[in-house]
Structure formats: structure tokens, C-alpha cells
Design a protein around this ligand. Sequence first.
Ligand SMILES: [Fe+2]
Ligand SMILES: [Fe+2]
Length: 285
Amino acid sequence: MAETKLLFHLSDIHFGLEDNRALDWVEREIAERQPDAVAITGDLTMRARPAEFAAAEKWIHALKAPVTVEPGNHDLPNYYLPSRYLNPLGRFEAFRDVVEKRIELPGIALVPLNTNVPAQPRLNWSKGWVSEQALSDCLDQIDALAKGTRALVCVHHPLRETGTQGTALTRNGEKALDALAQRGVLGVLSGHVHDAFDIMEQTPHGPVRMIGAGTLSKRIRSTPPSFNELTWDGEELHVTVRNLEGIDTPDMMIDDVPVDAMPPRGEGEPVAPIGRVPRTDPPAY
Ligand SMILES: [Fe+2]
Ligand SMILES: [Fe+2]
């Protein structure tokens, strides 16, 4: 049996409104536990400002572990700017080496799938969109993995959409999930929701596990700042939510991912474990 692999899944740090206590804690955990890799699933910044990217670059390059970063909707330059179209990842320049990076370890790999597009034919551009090119790039990378290596696909937006055009969370999300089911991926790691979840999503070609990490920013929703700790022993992927202690949200101080936690199905439907009354303010992640 392959040696057990330890992965940390962080998300939505939102430099500019980061929680420094949470970041100091995670940095210490990475130094002490020495994960085999760290996946950061987007929204590194609040407004894609140069100073926010500089802080992100400094923090990420100081981590003592291999890192891969997915861009989030907050990381693209603002609407209508030429740079959003011509060079959407231009502000990642100082740490382009870790952005959308595939990390292949013995038996398991982190494979990127971009869910951002420069423009969308709908009002809310914060939502996800899996382009044909992005999906094809991701599938090619999965197909190129060594035989027997299982893929964990890293995205920013959860790959889920509703049936109505106007409220789709991630356009082409279902199509992407179905393609990933056919490749037998181990799971899809996402951010954007700011609360952790671990669910199985059904597709025509079987279920796909969707794992969401919470936030390490001050923009918390139902849960304290957190990250996910994943272990892979070659047979089972175990996910534990690590919550920052001492945060006064006793109703949601969970030790593990609630089995019934769900990402939102559309605008105005925030994530919440079933049976809990969700907040009614519309999400803006
Ligand atoms: Fe987001
Ligand atoms: Fe976010």
C-alpha cells in the first residue's frame, strides 16, 4: 500500500480582509505537520489590488510545502478593464509558478480546473463558468497522470448548477462533473462558499465527491475560519475540517464536515446543513 499522503485544502483567504490569527495558525500547522501539498482554491484577494497580491505572494512563498493556487472571482481585475480580457492572471505574476499548477505525488495528484471567464452574458460575474478549453485542459492533465494515480481536481466555484439560466451557480458545472465522473476522479476541491462541505453529487456516469473548504478571511458566514485536512491511504480519502479555536460561533463549532452540508444551488440560497435555518442575505463571495 502506498504511503499515506497528507494534503491541506485552504480557500478564500481574501488578502485585504484576511484573518491574520487564522493565517498564523495555518502557517504553523503547515510547518509542524509538513503536508505533502497545499491546495488553495481561490479568492486570494478582496479586490485584486496589487498590495493584496503582494501580501498573498509573500505568505504563500513562505509556506514550507508545495502549493497550488486556483484563481477565484475576486482575483480577476475589475469588470471592463482590458487587463481582464488580455491578461486575466497578470496580477499573479510574482507567483505565477504556483498558479494552476499540477502537483503529482505517488498515487494522488492535484489537477487544476479554471472556473473563471473574463466576461459572462449575465449580470453576476462572480459566478463560475467552465469553458470548453478549461475542461479539455483539465481532462488532458488527468489522462496524462501515471497509471493508478487518482486525481483531486481543484476549482474555485463548486461544480453545481441549477436548471434555470439566471441562477446557475457554475455554468457547465454539471457537464464538467459528468466528465470527471467518467475519469473516476477522487474528488473536486472547491472554495467560494466560505463554509465547508463534503457531499456526493450524482451524475449520469456515477457520483463525484465534492469537498469545499471554508474561509481564512474575516468574511465568515456560518462557521469560524477553517481549512480542510485530507489524508489518502491509497484506498480512502478522509476529510477533517480544522476550525480556528476561540471563535464565538458555538452553534457551528463542528469537528468534522456535516454529512448533509450543501453548497448553494443558486443565488439567494446560502449553504447550510439541512435542518438549520440559512441566513437570508444574498451571497457575495
Ligand atoms: Fe468566490
Ligand atoms: Fe470568497
